[in-house]
Design a protein around this ligand. Structure first.
Ligand SMILES: Nc1ncnc2c1ncn2[C@@H]1O[C@H](COP(=O)(O)OP(=O)(O)OP(=O)(O)O)[C@@H](O)[C@H]1O
Ligand SMILES: [Mg+2]
Length: 376
């Protein structure tokens, strides 16, 4: 829950006897055409305009429920509401806008009993571009804004999430009785820095190489999703392995994903990587949320991923600079530290997080979610 109020005294503060005009319906009517600055449709139609009330002194309270905690347009909404009330209800006093957030999502894992509003896969067309760093940053960033977040490592060949976030431990397995008297095993995710984590890295030695055959891979990922006590989450971020479409196919069979984020580096050839990743996600019917340029501004330049996004008519979700500190913090298991106020990467990362969250809210509010893929 996020609260943020602001007040502007109205120059013609109203006398008490004109208050009778300030009914809830009159106030709501005067706000009905205000567009959400991010989604571009009226707040009233989007269900974001929750309540409006006039107090005895003529001051007004408006309650807005945002579709995500990571919402960048609070001030713009406040300004638009205050301007509309001053212009159309001159008898009103100061207006304060109170924000809450209820993450929008469509039953991402309903089919397998997962209570997660939005599952986000992070992938790329090639290895080493910063998928895992981006996945961990998205998880920390969404949590920073106030959402309930899980982070699942689907890279069973080279799990890196435990190392990146500095988490250790072995997940507990709890046996439970169902109402029909059956015993079921539930895996408890590792709780770390307020995130729920699951990775094969918690179950094997760091230097242990594991060979997974296709069916085992499918089974393991199903267990990670279905048999893990994720609880109720707003977002579950899934870090994909490089290259293969196997994992994405399994995910799309099990879940109705909110979408995939494609991570690209800035080189001109990023376009080829992006095309590869986008075509892979298209094949397995996972919607694309957009492209992030990672390691922007290094020897490979800047802007290739944006060009790729434009060329493919896919949203560009922002750029994260190439920064030695991002690498060092990742190597030290300190991704969380990138969100400390003085860290130069923080603003870039938060901006990307907001764009991802808004993209999801937009896709939910504009179009119905793609159905879960039937097993081929
Ligand atoms: N923005 C950045 N600036 C500097 N270094 C970065 C940045 N993003 C990632 N790195 C570094 O690049 C390396 C690869 O990152 P990461 O492991 O996140 O990539 P990946 O795409 O998940 O790799 P893989 O394909 O092997 O899973 C790591 O050493 C990481 O610290
Ligand atoms: Mg990785």
């Amino acid at each position: 829950m996020t609260n943020c109020s602001s007040q502007l005294p109205h120059p013609n503060s109203a006398p008490i006897d004109t208050m009778s005009n300030l009914t809830e319906s009159a106030i709501l009517d005067c706000l009905k055409d205000i567009n959400d600055p991010e989604i571009g449709r009226p707040l009233s139609e989007l269900g974001m305009l929750k309540r409006a009330a006039a107090n005895d002194d003529g001051s007004i309270n408006v309650d807005i429920d945002l579709p995500t905690h990571a919402y960048p347009g609070r001030e713009r909404i406040t300004d638009a509401i205050q301007s509309a009330i001053s212009a159309k209800l001159p008898e009103a006093g100061a207006t304060s806008v109170n924000f809450t957030a209820t993450v929008q999502g469509v039953d991402s894992g309903g089919k397998i009993g997962l209570q997660v509003k939005n599952v986000i896969a992070v992938g790329s067309g090639k290895g080493g571009v910063g998928k895992s760093t981006t996945a961990a940053s998205l998880a920390y960033g969404l949590k920073h804004f106030g959402a309930k977040v899980g982070l699942m490592d689907a890279d069973v060949y080279g799990p890196s999430i435990p190392h990146l976030v500095g988490a250790k431990g072995e997940p507990n397995i709890e046996e439970r009785q169902t109402s029909q008297g059956h015993t079921i095993s539930r895996i408890q995710p590792i709780e770390h820095d307020g995130l729920k984590l699951m990775s094969i890295g918690f179950m094997i030695q760091e230097d242990q190489a594991v060979i997974w055959r296709g069916p085992m891979l499918h089974k393991l990922l199903t267990q990670f999703l279905q048999d893990t006590d994720w609880g109720e989450l707003d977002y579950l971020i899934i870090d994909l392995p490089p290259g293969t479409g196997d994992v994405s196919l399994t995910l799309s069979q099990l879940l109705g994903l909110a979408g995939a984020v494609v991570v690209c580096t800035p080189q001109k050839v990023a376009l080829l990587d992006a095309v590869k990743a986008v075509s892979m996600f298209n094949q397995v019917k996972i919607p694309i949320l957009g492209i992030i340029e990672n390691m922007s501004g290094d020897i490979f330049g800047r802007g290739g991923a944006k060009e790729a996004a434009d060329g493919l008519s896919i949203p560009f979700l922002g750029e994260v600079p190439s920064d030695a500190d991002i690498r060092i913090k990742g190597d030290d298991g300190q991704i969380a530290a990138l969100f400390e106020t003085d860290n130069p990467a923080r603003e870039h990362l938060l901006h990307v997080v907001e764009n991802v969250a808004i993209q999801i809210a937009k896709s939910i509010m504009e179009t119905p979610r793609m159905p879960t893929l039937e097993i081929i």
